[in-house]
Ligand binder design. Structure first.
Ligand SMILES: Nc1ncnc2c1ncn2[C@@H]1O[C@H](COP(=O)(O)OP(=O)(O)OP(=O)(O)O)[C@@H](O)[C@H]1O
Ligand SMILES: [Mg+2]
Length: 233
C-alpha cells in the first residue's frame, strides 16, 4: 500500500434494510485520504455524509467493499481490538454529541484518557488544556443536561481532541455554535492539523467550516460527485 494513504475507502456500499427493499445510502465510494488532510464532506441532507463518517470510523460495517485505516481493515479485528484501535487513533465528534449523561463535563472529556490508561497528573493537565481549547473551564462540574446545545457540542469536541488522535471525524461540529466559537474552534483544529499533522474529516453544511477546508468532497445520493482541492489559503 502507498504509505502516504491514511484512509483507503474501496468500492464501499452501505445499504440499510427497509420494509420493502434495501435503501442504498452509499453507492460504490472510492476515496483516499492522506495524513494531514483538512477535508470536508458536503452535500444535501440525506446524501450519506454521516453514514460515510460512521463507516470510516468502523461504528458501522460496510455492506460491500472495505475501509482501511492506517493499513488496517477494522472489519478484520475482533470487537475489543477494534474498540482499542478506535480509541487510540480516532476522535469522533457526533452530530448528536453522545455525551455520557451521568458524567460531568470534566469526566466526559477525561473518559478516553482513562481508557488509554494515562497517568493521573498528565490526565488532569490534558483534560484542562482541552477544555481551554473550547472555552469551557468554567463549566467543568456541570452535567450535559445542565448545558446548552452549543456547550454540549464543545464538550464533544474537547472529548474528541483530548487524546490528540491521528484522525478526527467531525459530524457537523459547528451546527450549534455561534460564529465566534466556530472560528475559535476551527482555528484550534487547524493548529492541531498544522502542528501535529492531525487529519480532520468533517461532514458539514456550514460555510464557516467550508472556508477552512483544504479539500471538499461532494456527495449526492450516496455517490461522490465532486472532489476538489482548495489551494488559495
Ligand atoms: N440506520 C438507518 N436505517 C435506514 N436508513 C438510514 C439509516 N441511517 C441513515 N439512513 C438513510 O441514509 C441516508 C443518508 O443518511 P445520512 O445520515 O448519512 O445523511 P447526511 O448526509 O449525514 O444528512 P444530514 O446532512 O441531514 O446530516 C438518509 O436517507 C437516511 O435516511
Ligand atoms: Mg448527517
Amino acid at each position: 500500500m502507498d504509505n502516504s494513504v491514511l484512509i483507503d475507502v474501496r468500492h464501499l456500499v452501505k445499504t440499510f434494510p427497509m420494509e420493502k427493499h434495501n435503501f442504498t445510502a452509499l453507492n460504490k465510494i472510492n476515496l483516499k485520504f492522506k495524513t494531514g488532510e483538512f477535508t470536508g464532506l458536503v452535500g444535501p441532507s440525506g446524501s450519506g455524509k454521516t453514514t460515510l463518517l460512521n463507516v470510516i470510523g468502523s461504528l458501522d460495517a460496510p455492506t460491500e467493499g472495505e475501509v482501511r485505516v492506517l493499513g488496517q481493515s477494522l472489519d478484520d479485528l475482533n470487537p475489543k481490538k477494534a474498540a482499542n484501535f478506535r480509541n487510540r487513533y480516532l476522535g469522533f465528534i457526533f452530530q448528536t454529541y453522545n455525551l455520557l449523561p451521568v458524567y460531568n463535563v470534566y469526566e466526559n472529556v477525561e473518559y478516553p484518557l482513562l481508557l488509554l490508561k494515562m497517568p493521573a497528573a498528565e490526565r488532569k493537565k490534558t483534560v484542562l488544556q482541552s477544555l481551554e481549547w473550547v472555552d469551557l473551564t468554567d463549566k467543568i462540574k456541570s452535567r450535559p443536561s445542565q448545558l446548552s446545545g452549543g456547550e454540549c457540542q464543545r464538550v464533544s469536541i474537547a472529548r474528541a481532541m483530548v487524546k490528540t488522535p491521528k484522525i478526527v471525524l467531525a459530524d457537523e461540529p459547528t451546527a450549534n455554535l455561534d460564529a465566534e466559537n466556530s472560528h475559535h474552534i476551527l482555528q484550534t483544529m487547524l493548529k492541531l492539523n498544522q502542528n501535529l499533522k492531525t487529519t480532520f474529516i468533517f461532514a458539514t453544511h456550514d460555510d464557516k467550516v467550508i472556508q477552512y477546508l483544504r479539500r471538499k468532497i461532494r456527495l449526492d445520493d450516496g455517490q461522490v460527485v465532486g472532489d476538489e482541492t482548495i489551494t488559495n489559503h
